[in-house]
Design a protein around this ligand. Structure first.
Ligand SMILES: Nc1ncnc2c1ncn2[C@@H]1O[C@H](COP(=O)(O)OP(=O)(O)OP(=O)(O)O)[C@@H](O)[C@H]1O
Length: 870
């Protein structure tokens, strides 16, 4: 709140608040508890208290057992006296008041925590309020102006009048009977609320009797006061009840007493300070006067009994002390009669109603409504403080909802403008109050973060000599001491002539005195005119002398205004930059944190990766080892099976040879018996020799087969090999020459190999395998298997058998068995078995996989056989 001040050249009313800011100072006071009370608060040091959730508290029930610490400007434990608290908290505010600065001091806390006690105290041990008044009057002493020199102008300002006028008014008021204040016309927007019938208006016990209490005053006196000013103190006392403002000093006709007080409106004055319109302001000249006024208002304040406090305040009370000051004139006798030279400062002492929980106070009905209103206004106060803090710390520009509650609206200027704000958080350390106390603590912490513009001190720079009052007093003292013999005042530079002659008439016929006086006055008149001319001439000369510095002054003023504007723009820029720096610093901190987080993640992942790599390496080694072991095992197994197969083949061959020989022997003997022809005998013998020879695995082909017809089925499908593709002709070394004219259709440049290598297979498109064996009749059967060599996906080659040609050599003299067999083969209808056999055989392919050194057999055309069978 800006001090109310006239439009002096030095101090314009609408000047922006000072750039320097101070935080709201929050103090904590603990009240004494009863001996059997469980405590929930411990004082850690002079700035810190610790709250411990007691069993049964809401926090404890929700599992929050943690102790919390709260910091304050100072913590007053129960041992601290009222005097000590006043000296620390309120005395500096009184000093500020005397220097023209505004201050707000409010008591906050749960109901019954000692707010009123701290504010008012007891007659023998006064609280903040009586001590403030004591110190104020002690300090002002004789510097006070006569009563009514300053007069409230009803719009929050002050008028000034001469001491003579003030004396007249004094006489008028003191002679007149006490005035009966007219009822304020009610505005439609603020109707009178019906009084709560059960809410008594009575003083608290601290001041039981208005007239008969003996008070112990505070003797402190401040000496840093400008003695060249005159001062006056005005007090007003209002309460905010159910979000309506009432003037507790309102004079009421006796007949209207029962109808209660009139609600007042809040207004804004010409310098944007909030004030209560039509509020009674009483000028007080002594502490006792002020007390009477206070107690008169206190008698009307609403208090009620509840479970927690026998006399609980049901309203927020505001006791305003306004100090008016104006400089004395050049002689140090009277205040300058210029309204613009008046400065007003204000100290608001606020005793807030206590926040309360209805389940603890057991309030019902009107008390419950009051409690709701109290809590709502406190909540608005809290919201305003929170929004202010947010705006200040985060640079936001949210609207502070001052107007939501009369309480916050009244103190808007303290937070928006200049002033010093202090709060005393009263705390009852009893465990029963824990839940409410935690809320109070939170509010206190937020409040401490709010900054308020520092008030500027008032200086009356009007070019008058300091010490005027002292000089005047000295002069008066001299006057009293010396009477008529006192030395004459210093001669003026210009005089109107000698002193007046003796004007006493000697008798009724005195003809001399009057003409002498006329001549004297004529001379004086003449001198006066000369002096006036001289004065006018000197004034002209002086004005001419003044013009130049005046111009210079104007010039300097303009320059000064420019510089001030530049400075304020620079200051704003600085503020903006500071805000930006703060926000960037915050961003930086966040980024730094994120960076650290990613760095940590990176390290973790790198270590995980190296572990995984190690594991992969170990697995690869293990796999290689297993592969090696498997390869060895496979090789061993294959060798073993090869040996076993060879052994069995040899055994089978031997057995078959023996059986064949026995059969041939039997046949020979049979033939000898049945046929006696020797020629046939010899032919048979020759044939038998051939057979025996072939059975004996003679590798040379029998000569008589040359002329035999080819044992190839004529209708057999020829191979598809007659192309330009590259062939490989695989003929094992023991293959016999069939010497037949029917040769397989193959490329002329087919490469003949006895044991194909992988290299050969890779280069070829087709493959041909010649296989010879002896059939059951002992005839030589030659089979030529044909296959396509197909590259596999893996880069190897698959050999897919597609055809087989069979060539059988037969003895012309052999039995009908051979012929009938041939017949069957010639019949295509009967050939399906053979074909099926070929298809089955051809379904097996040889496959070479890339990187493998061996060739494996695979089933390649399993589905082909299936199709055929359908
Ligand atoms: N520091 C203290 N020393 C001694 N007594 C105290 C102290 N603080 C409070 N008390 C006593 O506690 C009681 C309640 O105090 P008080 O009326 O000041 O509480 P309050 O906070 O104003 O309550 P409400 O909000 O209900 O008005 C009074 O009887 C008062 O004398």
């Amino acid at each position: 709140m800006k001090p109310t001040r006239g439009k002096t050249p030095k101090k314009t009313p609408r000047k922006p608040p000072s750039c320097a800011k101070d935080p709201v100072e929050v103090y904590c006071r603990l009240r004494p508890v009863q001996e059997d009370d469980e405590l929930c608060i411990e004082v850690i040091n002079t700035n810190t208290i610790q709250l411990k959730p007691p069993e049964g508290s809401h926090a404890f029930r929700t599992g929050n057992y943690k102790e919390t610490q709260h910091f304050f400007k100072f913590v007053f434990s129960e041992e601290y006296s009222q005097k000590a608290i006043y000296d620390s908290i309120a005395l500096p505010l009184v000093e500020d008041l005397l220097h023209g600065k505004n201050s707000l001091l409010f008591m906050y806390g749960v109901t019954g925590s000692g707010k009123t006690y701290t504010m008012q105290g007891t007659p023998t041990d006064g609280g903040v309020l009586p001590r403030c008044l004591d110190v104020l009057f002690n300090s002002l002493g004789d510097l006070q102006a006569r009563k009514y020199v300053f007069k409230p102008d009803r719009v929050n300002g002050m008028d000034v009048q001469t001491e003579a006028d003030a004396m007249l008014e004094r006489q008028k008021k003191e002679l007149m009977p006490p005035p009966v204040a007219p009822r304020t016309p009610r505005t439609p927007r603020a109707p009178v609320t019906p009084r709560t019938p059960s809410t008594p208006r009575r003083p608290k016990k601290a001041f039981p009797d208005l007239d008969n209490f003996v008070r112990v005053p505070d003797p402190t006196c401040l000496s840093t006061i400008d003695e060249d000013n005159n001062y006056a103190i005005f007090v007003s006392y209002v309460e905010i009840y159910n979000n309506q403002i009432f003037d507790l000093l309102e004079e009421q006709p006796y007949s209207l007493h029962s109808k209660g007080l009139t609600p007042r409106n809040l207004r804004e004055d010409h310098i944007h300070n909030m004030y209560v319109a039509m509020c009674t302001e009483v000028e007080v000249k002594t502490t006792e006067d002020a007390y009477k006024v206070f107690l008169k208002g206190q008698a009307k304040r609403k208090v009620a009994h509840n479970q927690l406090n026998t006399e609980s305040s049901r309203s927020h009370s505001v006791f305003n002390i306004r100090l008016v000051q104006a400089p004395l004139d050049s002689l140090g006798q009277e205040v300058i009669q210029d309204k613009d030279q008046i400065a007003i400062s204000q100290l608001s002492l606020v005793d807030l109603a206590g926040s309360e929980r209805t389940h603890r106070t057991n309030n019902t009905g009107d008390r419950l409504k009051e409690a709701g209103s109290i809590n709502a206004s406190l909540m608005t106060l809290r919201t305003c403080i929170e929004t202010l803090r947010e705006n200040q710390t985060e640079g936001s520009n949210k609207m502070v909802p001052y107007r939501t509650s009369k309480l916050t609206h009244l103190f808007k200027n303290y937070f928006d403008g200049e002033g010093k704000v202090r709060m005393v958080v009263n705390v009852n350390p009893s465990a029963k109050d824990f839940d409410e106390t935690t809320h109070v603590m939170r509010f206190a912490e937020i409040t401490q973060e709010v900054q308020v513009a520092r008030p500027t001190e008032i200086r009356f720079d009007i070019g008058l000599t300091p010490g005027r009052r002292k000089a005047n007093e000295e002069y008066k003292k001299l006057l009293e001491e010396n009477g008529y013999d006192m030395p004459p005042p210093p001669p003026p530079l210009l005089t109107l002539g000698p002193p007046f002659p003796l004007l006493q008439l000697s008798d009724s016929c005195d003809e001399e005195t009057l003409p002498h006086l006329v001549a004297f006055l004529a001379e004086r008149e003449k001198r006066r005119r000369i002096m006036e001319d001289e004065l006018a001439r000197k004034q002209g000369a002086f004005r001419a002398m003044l013009v130049e510095p005046d111009h210079e002054l104007d010039h300097l003023r303009t320059a000064n205004t420019d510089l001030t504007a530049k400075l304020s723009s620079k200051t704003r820029e600085c503020d903006r930059m500071e805000k930006r720096i703060r926000s960037l610093e915050q961003d930086n901190v966040v980024l730094q944190r994120t960076h650290n987080m990613y760095e940590k993640d990176k390290r973790d992942m790198a270590s995980e990766l190296s572990e995984k790599e190690k594991m992969i390496q170990m697995e690869t080694q293990e796999r290689a080892r297993l592969k090696q072991a498997l390869k060895g095992a496979v090789t061993n197994q294959r060798d073993k099976w090869e040996k076993e197969c060879n052994k069995r083949v040899r055994q089978t061959e031997l057995k078959l040879q023996t059986e064949m020989w026995v059969r041939e022997e039997k046949l020979r003997q049979l033939k000898q018996i049945v046929q006696g022809h020797e020629e046939e005998e010899s032919a048979k013998k020759a044939a038998k020799e051939v057979l025996v020879e072939s059975f004996n695995r003679s590798r040379s082909p029998p000569a008589q087969r040359k002329n035999n017809p080819p044992p190839v089925r004529l209708r057999h499908r020829r191979s598809r090999s007659a192309s330009n593709s590259v062939w490989i002709d695989h003929q094992p070394t023991e293959t016999l020459n069939t010497e037949t004219v029917l040769q397989p259709n193959k490329s002329k440049n087919a490469k003949r190999v006895s044991n194909p290598s992988m290299k050969d297979i890779r280069k070829t498109d087709n493959y041909m395998l010649t296989h010879q064996e002896e059939d059951s009749a002992g005839e030589l059967e030659t089979k030529i298997y044909k296959a396509d060599v197909i590259p596999t996906r893996g880069g190897g080659r698959a050999v897919q058998f597609t055809d087989v040609e069979k060539l059988r050599s037969e003895d012309p003299l052999s039995s009908t068995l051979g012929r009938s067999k041939r017949r069957v083969e010639d019949d295509p209808a009967e050939y399906s078995g053979e074909w099926t056999d070929v298809e089955t055989r051809c379904a097996v392919g040889l496959e070479h996989r890339a990187g493998s050194s061996s060739v494996s057999a695979v089933h390649t055309v399993a589905n082909k056989k299936h199709k055929k069978s359908r």
